[in-house]
Ligand binder design. Structure first.
Ligand code: ATP
Ligand code: MG
Length: 270
């Protein structure tokens, strides 16, 4: 009997610049190569996952983030983004949106959520309602592997989507600021009910970096690590997918991958 590939719902977070987008792109590639249906979600208000996945710049320039699709937001929530006060649907219908929104390259479907600028991500506005509803739908109801590239907070997940996330990966680098962010995220993740939290260490220059991170993280489990590599800087400059610029990083993700899988975390998926 053929083995059916498992489905994972993984969110990636950490301090700015640590390598969240790089890891997300590599995981997406590794899981797509396994034959999984991968949806990669760029939930960073300053989106750049598309570049790391190797989408062409002109393609990405044509794609509007969902947070800027005023017509769809108005149609679904009943309120135009930017309008003040008034009623809007907190649980808008979104199940038909993924197919309309994603762009696809080499088996990876990318959805660019965009950010909410005015009032912060916590604001009660139609944009937030639709982004949260879409994330919850993808994480809780889709039988696809879903990877979410986020900023340092857990706000976009909220309690709704958090229960569907099988693993939250916090990326750290050798530096106290990223460690402090990781420790803070661990506490936040308990508050919203994330099931499992793991760490990936990045930009490691020597054994001592890794030992320092291990001793700074107070028992958080380290799923794997990547060396510092100038090839990634080149990938960013030249607009090529991270796995094309650094094939050895893909090999590392392949090794870590079993640790990223967890049983399907709920019984709502068909
Ligand atoms: N192991 C590494 N070695 C060298 N450079 C790296 C490494 N990992 C990532 N980088 C570089 O560091 C920069 C930040 O990486 P990346 O965009 O993946 O981080 P991020 O956490 O998603 O950042 P942001 O918070 O801005 O979204 C990029 O220029 C990337 O090429
Ligand atoms: Mg990023």
């Amino acid at each position: 009997m053929d083995e059916v590939p498992g489905v994972s719902k993984i969110a990636i977070t950490g301090k700015g610049g640590v390598g969240k987008t790089t890891l997300c792109a590599l995981l997406a590639r590794a899981m797509a190569l396994d034959g999984q249906r991968v949806i990669a979600i760029d939930a960073d208000p300053d989106p750049n996952l598309g570049h790391a996945l190797g989408f062409r710049r002109d393609t990405l320039q044509r794609v509007k983030p969902l947070s800027e699709m005023k017509d769809i937001i108005e149609e679904r929530t009943g309120a135009r983004p930017g309008s003040l006060g008034g009623w809007f649907a907190l649980n808008p219908r979104v199940d038909d949106l993924p197919e309309r929104l994603w762009i696809e390259r080499e088996g990876i479907r990318l959805i660019i959520m965009g950010g909410i600028k005015a009032g912060g991500a916590g604001c009660a506005c139609p944009e937030t309602a639709i982004l949260k509803a879409l994330l919850s739908h993808l994480v809780l109801e889709r039988h696809d592997t879903v990877l979410v590239d986020m900023e340092a907070g857990l706000e976009p997940l909220g309690r709704g989507a958090a229960s569907g996330v099988g693993l939250l990966v916090v990326v750290v680098e050798p530096g106290i600021r990223s460690i402090n962010t990781a420790l803070r995220i661990r506490e936040l993740s308990k508050d919203i009910g994330i099931q499992r939290v793991g760490v990936v260490a990045n930009k490691i220059r020597a054994e001592a970096d890794l030992r320092w991170i291990e001793s700074s993280l107070e028992g958080m489990s380290i799923l794997g690590w990547f060396p510092y590599d100038n090839g990634l800087v080149d990938a960013d400059r030249d607009g090529v997918a991270v796995w094309e610029a650094c094939p050895s990083f893909l090999a590392r993700v392949e090794e870590m991958k079993p640790l990223f899988f967890s049983p399907v975390p709920n019984n709502r998926m068909g």
